[in-house]
Design a protein. Structure first.
Length: 152
């Protein structure tokens, strides 16, 4: 489910970069693509949570395009498909991932021993990075549970 939420967030940010407010985005297009109301609501909640935390997701320097792109080593290129690398760059350009997140994703891929990684695997890894952030100082305010969380 988290991979679908990543897709919705990417769609929403693209729409917002086209000067649309969240309330103006046509949600029927998302429903037509097969996303559930729960997935759409979760993506909206995640975006609103980021905005409420003071993160400017549209003009943040992480996605401003003034940085260089990470070049893959030959061994990394043999594992990560060009499409997967392009998707990782897209997430970086949208400001969803920063340089350290991209490095973390590549490290996870290489350390896990994948033979070949495509876009679906990148979405899974990106979701784990985006939704498993350490916000222990805001306990009870997260949209999703971390892997270390318990319910009492």
């Amino acid at each position: 489910m988290q991979e679908k939420i990543i897709d919705i967030i990417v769609y929403l940010i693209h729409e917002m970069r086209d000067d649309k407010r969240l309330g103006e985005i046509d949600l029927s297009a998302l429903a037509d693509r097969g996303y559930t109301q729960n997935e759409i609501s979760t993506a909206f909640s995640w975006l609103l949570d980021k905005i409420n935390l003071g993160e400017n997701i549209l003009t943040d320097e992480k996605g401003a395009g003034t940085h260089s792109h990470r070049i893959l080593h030959e061994s990394e290129r043999s594992v990560i498909t060009p499409e997967a690398h392009g998707y990782l760059i897209q997430l970086r350009e949208l400001g969803l991932l920063d340089d350290m997140d991209v490095e973390l994703a590549i490290d996870r891929i290489m350390m896990a021993g994948f033979r070949r990684v495509g876009v679906p695997e990148i979405k899974t890894i990106a979701a784990s990075i985006l939704f498993d952030y350490d916000d222990s100082d805001r306990s009870g305010s997260r949209l999703m549970l971390n892997s270390k969380d318990t319910i009492h």
